[in-house]
Design a protein around this ligand. Structure first.
Ligand SMILES: Nc1ncnc2c1ncn2[C@@H]1O[C@H](COP(=O)(O)OP(=O)(O)OP(=O)(O)O)[C@@H](O)[C@H]1O
Length: 302
């Protein structure tokens, strides 16, 4: 069962940018990290998924139900937070939820339940203007939970949070996915963050999906690089290049071979035969960040 499925989804601005021919597949129950650099089209995609923007071509299904600019019924199953939540600063956290409850038709979650889920019970009576950014984000998620959604769509939810706020939010999202079975689709450029919570990843670049699948499948496809710690990394690079490999000099004592052509033991033997001092030799697991930059062809920013 797919929580989100799009086919050929396209929306451009003045004939360019935006997103082109997107085929998203977000399994129900997954935590899907939607990654991309600034301007990749993440917000455009999210606005399309929430029918806040009119699609130019293609189709969207939420839990199998067609959604479009003119057919929004499937959104009753969706809670969302796009950028910073709209809150009333002069009201308490509880009263902000009360206003939303009154505005929503139909059955809603209880306010106490929503507060407890996001860990704001003790601060419920304080005015929102006294809340930290992290508390506001969590209240925004509590608002999104009032509909009892099956799918939560969050645009850059960790933006502006301090490390403690990020840890709290991560724990909350994992709890919502694990205990409540809510599918979570979140966009981020914080790759390390997504790496820690997402079961599935989609990588968007210049409006196109470069990769989509489980984190494991991404790692399998790209393999882990061979890392060699040695006395003279430049000389080791020369020897590896001579063997037909494509080494990268990481620093004066470390060489990486992202995709070795020969077996590891063979490379090791060749280097030792050539008299190199090898201190450590082995596969170093990719971080999502290096995978991301490999996929988009951009240099990692240090
Ligand atoms: N209303 C609009 N009019 C014209 N161009 C737009 C509009 N909205 C988005 N774009 C363009 O579409 C592209 C994708 O923008 P989008 O905001 O979706 O990217 P993003 O991945 O969310 O980036 P960021 O992380 O910076 O928010 C950008 O080139 C942007 O300038």
């Amino acid at each position: 069962m797919l929580a989100i499925q799009t086919r050929g989804l396209t929306r451009r601005f003045d004939g360019r940018h935006g997103v082109t021919d997107l085929a998203l597949e977000v399994p129900a129950g997954s935590v899907y990290g939607f990654l991309g650099p600034n301007g990749a089209g993440k917000t455009t995609t999210i606005r399309l998924l929430l029918a806040l923007l009119r699609e130019e071509a293609g189709e969207i299904r939420l839990f199998g139900e067609p959604l479009s600019w003119t057919r929004r019924a499937p959104l009753s199953e969706v809670g969302s937070m796009v950028e910073t939540p709209s809150l009333y600063p002069h009201l308490s956290g509880r009263d902000n939820l009360e206003v939303t409850r009154l505005l929503l038709d139909g059955e809603t979650a209880s306010i106490d339940e929503a507060l407890a889920l996001v860990g704001l019970t003790a601060d419920a009576e304080r005015r929102v203007r006294e809340y930290s950014l992290g508390m506001r984000q969590r209240l925004g998620i509590a608002l999104a939970l009032m509909r009892r959604p099956r799918l939560l769509v969050l645009d850059e939810p960790t933006n502006g949070l301090d490390p403690a706020g990020i840890v709290e939010l991560r724990a909350l999202l994992l709890r919502l996915a694990g205990e409540r079975g809510i599918t979570i689709f979140l966009s981020s450029h914080l790759l390390s963050e997504v790496e820690q919570i997402a079961s599935h990843v989609g990588v968007l670049h210049q409006g196109q999906l470069l990769f989509q699948g489980t984190q494991e499948s991404l790692r399998r496809r790209h393999g882990d690089p061979l890392a060699i710690r040695c006395g003279d990394a430049r000389a080791v690079c020369d020897s590896l290049a001579h063997l037909g490999e494509q080494p990268q000099l990481l620093d004066e004592g470390t060489v990486s071979v992202p995709a070795p052509r020969r077996a590891d033991h063979e490379i090791n033997r060749c280097l030792i035969e050539r008299g190199h001092a090898i201190h450590a030799f082995g596969r170093r697991p990719h971080s999502l960040e290096t995978l991301f930059f490999e996929l988009t062809g951009q240099e990692a920013r240090t």
